[in-house]
Design a protein around this ligand. Structure first.
Ligand code: FA5
Length: 366
């Protein structure tokens, strides 16, 4: 035992003197390793008489614990010191100057979506979303376009090869209107929302792209009529284009999910090769341009979504976000929106610090 005690004192001194993790590991192996002196001492217990063992065992275990604790404490101290040294050597010089020009910008589509949300939030509209991979029922059937409906053919739909669990087709949504159905089914009436997002159609030229953006609007309540729709859109466009002389024309049209249906046109004039929104389209020098579709929600659609059409009515609209972005900010080729050309983005992009707010102006440019 006396020998063990002096071995322990020597080990504790060596542990305390160890100045690297390697030196400490050497001490651990020498004491607690398979052939270490503590392990060898523990092995001698087997050859002792029961009386000797009952005295020696707790003493050896106590020495083992004391040495193990000393090693653990020293390891913690050495690791902390090592981390301190590493942190001290890896400092980052935050005083380096920032680049002269800001890197990156907000895409005009994202900017316009933020502007839309800001204006409609002020009118009491919530923002809803829905899946881009949609089923046939939400994209068509519940919007009053059953399988044989000719309007389906107008949508140039991208279908997936696999069917849904119920056997229905899966597709990339062709418009944001299925969000109407999802929101009505989830929330019931009354409802006041916009649903901006990506939509897909197999279509491509300077004013059509296979993926583009729409914003859906939906208001369901009691005693809603077409006048509410016109006021809402007019108020929105005045705030969006930041001018009071906006004139809308609602032109009779057809959508299976609205009745009556109207196409929304806005008066504009040409300045050079740029179209500028404002003025009355029938005046000399002015014309009308279509911005989207709208109408009173068809009774059948309310029924599909579980709302009683004798109690609630509503209006809905769908606008092309890319189109209104082009009009506001003067781009003339829609395809450039999706090319990812850094020169185009540097020219038409927005500063991330230029958040649209009603008080500071929804179209302020840095
Ligand atoms: C619809 O998609 C209807 N869901 C709109 C609607 C909603 C009507 C609610 C009534 C009630 P339409 O196919 O006309 O309608 O598209 C609406 C707008 O999306 C168009 O006016 C246009 O601005 C834009 N748009 C349509 N196709 C493309 C395309 N390929 N590229 C870019 N914009 C497009």
């Amino acid at each position: 035992m006396t020998e063990l005690t002096s071995q322990k004192d020597a080990a504790l001194a060596a542990i305390s003197a160890a100045d690297t993790l390697d030196a400490l590991e050497e001490q651990r192996v020498g004491a607690l390793g398979k052939k270490g002196w503590v392990s060898l001492a523990l092995k001698t217990l087997g050859q002792m008489s029961p009386e000797e063992r009952s005295e020696a065992a707790p003493a050896i275990q106590a020495i083992r614990a004391e040495v193990a604790d000393a090693i653990a404490a020293k390891r913690q101290a050495l690791e902390a010191a090592e981390l301190e040294a590493q942190l001290a050597s890896e400092t980052l010089d935050l005083t380096l100057p920032a680049p002269d020009t800001a890197m990156g910008s907000v895409h005009p589509v994202s900017q316009v979506m933020d502007e839309l949300a800001e204006i409609f939030a002020d009118l009491g509209f919530a923002v809803a979303t829905g899946p881009e991979i949609e089923d046939d029922w939400h994209n068509f059937t519940a919007l009053n376009m059953d399988e044989s409906h000719p309007a389906r053919a107008m949508h140039d739909t991208f279908y997936f090869p696999d069917k849904a669990a119920d056997g229905g087709s899966m597709l990339l949504r062709t418009h944001t209107s299925p969000v109407q159905i999802r929101s009505m089914k989830e929330q019931g009436a009354p409802i006041r929302l916009i649903a901006p997002g990506r939509v897909y159609r197999s279509d491509s030229d300077a004013t059509h792209t296979p993926m583009f953006h729409q914003v859906e609007g939906l208001v369901i309540d009691k005693n809603i009529h077409l006048g509410h729709l016109k006021w809402t859109l007019e108020t929105f466009f005045k705030a969006f284009f930041e001018r009071e002389d906006i004139t809308l024309r609602l032109r009779p049209s057809y959508f299976p999910f609205t009745e009556p249906s109207v196409e929304v046109d806005v008066g504009y004039s040409n300045e050079g090769n740029r179209r500028v929104v404002g003025g009355h389209g029938d005046e000399p020098g002015y014309d009308w341009m279509e911005l989207g579709g709208s109408g009173m929600v068809n009774r059948r659609v309310l029924e599909f979504a579980g709302i009683d059409p004798d109690e609630y009515q509503g209006f809905a609209f769908g606008l092309g976000i890319d189109r209104i972005a082009m009009l506001k900010y003067g781009m003339n080729d829609l395809r450039a929106f999706f090319d990812g050309d850094p020169r185009w983005l540097a020219h038409y992009g927005f500063s991330p610090f230029d958040q649209p707010t009603l008080s500071a102006g929804v179209g302020a440019r840095a």
